[in-house]
Design a protein around this ligand. Structure first.
Ligand code: EPU
Length: 412
């Protein structure tokens, strides 16, 4: 699918941020661990969420999704062959592995590989190592992975604070008798959201420094839980506001995007905030920056391609080094087609500003690449055509209406 995007007349408006994609996916997958029905609020109506709902329905779950509220009546998953082709369409489907392991005393099932955006190589070896450490026999084949055996509590010392691995260990061990410890865990806000959700059902999970302690419980009761807002959507609109004439985003905890707020302030952007909103004021002359992207509380990798667009509008040379996904570069070639001057050498991206963005036909290669191309297209008052625009609907709710309300035309 293609979309045409251009600047009509920028309106400094208020954007209400939707629920978090990367919280919703593990929380929805975790619903099969619950022993009663549960209600989730603030669930974004985006493609990745509806795909996961379809997968769960095909696995026998009763799910009602209406007006961002999801009611789930979990049923025991009886199949031992998870071969639904939707599983290979999203990365978040790997949370089904942790949830199925966590809801069965004894495991014996196969699943096809999860998919998702291609950000260079995206192996799941950390997950597999963790499951093996818990006692499972994990057999990786070309097209599927087989899990067999019983898990036992253990101490995990992660080599890298992987978001997905931390979540999968939590899901697998929340109902496991005994104490599971994850040292050097990831502590992204989405992980805190998942822990709060599980604890709201009676789980016993605590955090101490960079360690998560899971004291297994045998029953998880009903809950009515509201998922946090999407810090990456929030960051996307803040950067858009920084590119234009300001913006206010509401329904967001500014602490979740503090690394972005700090960076924007350091380059001369005026920002004010309340406990659930952030306002970017009209820009002065901005300063170039040198940014290193790292796990939370560092600057988020998912905003790397977007902040790159801002750098193209700043006089001088800015640099970005992503230590999380070292080859997350698919936006560079496309932005350069639009007259940007971006190069990459030994995983350091250098951006020379200021570029006058030209309208072109360009192609998105993943979700955040697509978002960065939309930001660039919003800088020209002639239509840019973006191929593969479907990516944006995986992660941004009502994007068309939100952009229109800011005076940016988005025609699919
Ligand atoms: N890694 C491995 N082996 C593994 C797992 C990860 O080598 O088994 C590597 C990755 O290749 C990467 C690094 O470790 O270089 C970090 O990966 P991590 O496990 O932390 O990320 P993830 O769980 O695969 C989630 C989000 C991503 C987000 C990252 C980092 C979901 C579904 N995905 O991915 O979101 O970029 O954490 O914050 O929650 C997006 O929303 O566009 C997106 C890509």
């Amino acid at each position: 699918m293609k979309a045409k995007i251009k600047l009509n007349k920028y309106k400094n408006n208020i954007i209400s941020i939707s629920g978090s994609k990367n919280s919703s996916l593990p929380i929805i997958a975790a619903s099969i661990l619950c022993d009663e029905y549960l209600t989730l609020n603030n669930i974004p109506n985006i493609k990745d969420v509806t795909l996961l709902i379809d997968i769960l329905r095909n696995l026998g779950q009763t799910i009602i999704f209406k007006n961002n509220t999801l009611t789930i009546y979990p049923h025991k998953i009886t199949t031992n062959a998870l071969f639904d082709s939707n599983i290979s369409k999203l990365r978040g489907s790997y949370y089904l592995i942790g949830s199925i392991i966590g809801s069965n005393k004894e495991c014996d099932f196969s699943i096809i590989y999860p998919g998702g955006c291609t950000l260079g190589s995206r192996p799941i070896n950390f997950h597999i190592n963790a499951f093996r450490k818990m006692g499972l026999l994990v057999n990786t084949k070309k097209e599927k992975i087989h899990f067999e055996g019983n898990i036992h509590p253990t101490i995990h010392d992660l080599d890298y604070p992987s978001v997905g691995t931390t979540i999968n260990i939590i899901l697998a061990s929340v109902k496991l008798e005994g104490i599971t410890i994850i040292n050097n865990c990831a502590l992204e806000p989405e992980i805190i959201d998942l822990i709060n959700f599980l604890n709201s059902m009676g789980a016993n999970i605590s955090i101490s420094n960079h360690t998560i302690i899971i004291n297994g419980v045998n029953y998880l009761h009903s809950t009515n839980y509201t998922v946090s807002s999407d810090r990456i959507e929030a960051g996307t609109f803040l950067i858009l506001g920084a590119l234009h004439n300001g913006i206010t985003i509401k329904n967001i905890n500014p602490n979740d995007i503090y690394s972005l707020i700090n960076l924007l302030r350091s380059i001369n952007i005026d920002i004010s905030m309340t406990n659930n909103s952030v306002t970017i004021h009209k820009n002065k002359e901005l300063k170039p920056f040198n940014l290193v992207i790292s796990p939370y509380p560092g600057f988020p990798t998912d905003l790397g391609p977007l902040i790159c667009v801002l750098a193209t509008q700043i006089n001088g040379t800015s640099t970005i080094k992503d230590t999380v996904y070292k080859t997350r570069n698919s936006h560079i070639k496309e932005l350069n087609k639009m007259n940007c001057l971006i190069s990459c050498n030994k995983s350091i991206i250098s951006i020379e500003g200021i570029s006058k963005i030209k309208n072109k036909t360009i192609k998105a290669y993943d979700l955040r690449c697509c978002a960065s191309l939309i930001l660039a297209a919003s800088l020209n008052n002639k239509f840019t055509t973006i191929k593969n625009i479907d990516y944006i609907f995986r992660g941004y709710e009502n994007i068309k209406d939100k952009l229109n309300s800011l005076g940016i035309d988005f025609i699919v």
